[in-house]
Design a protein around this ligand. Structure first.
Ligand SMILES: NC(=O)c1ccc[n+]([C@@H]2O[C@H](COP(=O)([O-])OP(=O)(O)OC[C@H]3O[C@@H](n4cnc5c(N)ncnc54)[C@H](O)[C@@H]3O)[C@@H](O)[C@H]2O)c1
Length: 248
């Protein structure tokens, strides 16, 4: 899983699986650009990695996304890897999801992936190819009544992944997605009426076939593989990293 010499942009890299991915890519030799709207978190991860650069902004803005790619090309001269990990969640059934919640989650989870990927493709083609890794979800595959908008955004990410993979299959750009299950990140406990109790967390873990939550680095290792040349015959794949959740 060597990515030495590659230049990688990772969105959502201030926290959770994006941060774990930034660490994994840097450890394997990549130069990483950390993109997040959380300035403090982005700065902290960049400081920890040392060779990484933080860029603060909102992936729901196409101008910001175009600028991130343009600045990366100006600074590093190439773009080999894009990881779209930035995401938000709304925990509500469809009939009580507001217009604002619906638009907000689509603007980050879908528009953000689209804007970053659209900007990345010409830059990757300039260098002869590249790899895009999106963050889908188990809920992009199976439904979740209590997370209707979230599941809809992840379904959209899965189809964007497949469609872009087909479009660029002969041009050296591979487009894949990881579909995490229940992973222990700030998102797992966010946007709830109250923080989950230990019993509630245990119940979430029990809902997983392996009987435990996943660690961010367990997903990051798969992302690093998909980003590396060792995954050279993989494109359009939705790779479940879910301890068997989707096997049922
Ligand atoms: N945690 C899980 O169980 C789980 C399961 C399946 C999929 N996912 C997906 O994995 C990805 C990473 O999630 P995580 O669990 O690590 O969450 P997290 O909340 O720890 O990290 C998400 C990061 O995205 C950033 N972000 C949010 N909106 C942004 C915006 N508009 N512009 C720039 N940055 C923005 C946040 O600041 C944060 O740093 C997300 O796409 C999420 O939907 C998570």
């Amino acid at each position: 899983m060597d990515v030495t010499g590659k230049v990688a942009i990772v969105t959502g890299a201030a926290s959770g699986m994006g941060a774990a991915t930034a660490r994994a890519l840097a450890r394997r030799g990549a130069t990483v650009v950390i993109v997040d709207r959380n300035a403090e978190g982005a700065g902290a991860i960049a400081h920890e990695i040392e060779t990484a650069t933080p860029v603060v902004g909102d992936v729901a803005s196409s101008a910001f996304c175009d600028g991130v790619v343009a600045d990366t090309m100006e600074t590093h001269g190439r773009l080999d890897v894009l990881v779209n990990a930035a995401g938000v969640i709304v925990r509500a059934p469809a009939h009580v999801t507001s217009d604002d919640e619906w638009r907000r989650i689509f603007s980050v989870n879908v528009d953000g992936v689209f804007y970053m990927s659209r900007a990345a493709v010409p830059a990757m083609l300039e260098g002869g190819g590249g790899a895009i890794v999106n963050f889908g979800s188990i809920w992009g595959d199976v439904g979740s009544g209590g997370h209707a908008a979230y599941a809809a955004t992840k379904g959209a990410v899965h189809q964007l992944t497949r469609s872009m993979a087909l479009q660029h299959a002969r041009e050296g750009i591979r487009v894949n997605a990881v579909c995490p299950g229940e992973i222990d990140t700030p998102m797992l406990v966010s946007e709830r009426p109250a923080p989950p109790t230990p019993d509630e967390l245990e119940a979430i873990a029990e809902s997983v076939p392996m009987g435990r939550l996943g660690r961010p680095d367990e997903v990051a290792a798969v992302v690093a593989f998909l980003a590396s040349d060792e995954a050279s015959y993989m494109t359009g794949a939705l790779v479940a990293v879910d301890a068997g959740y989707l096997a049922r």
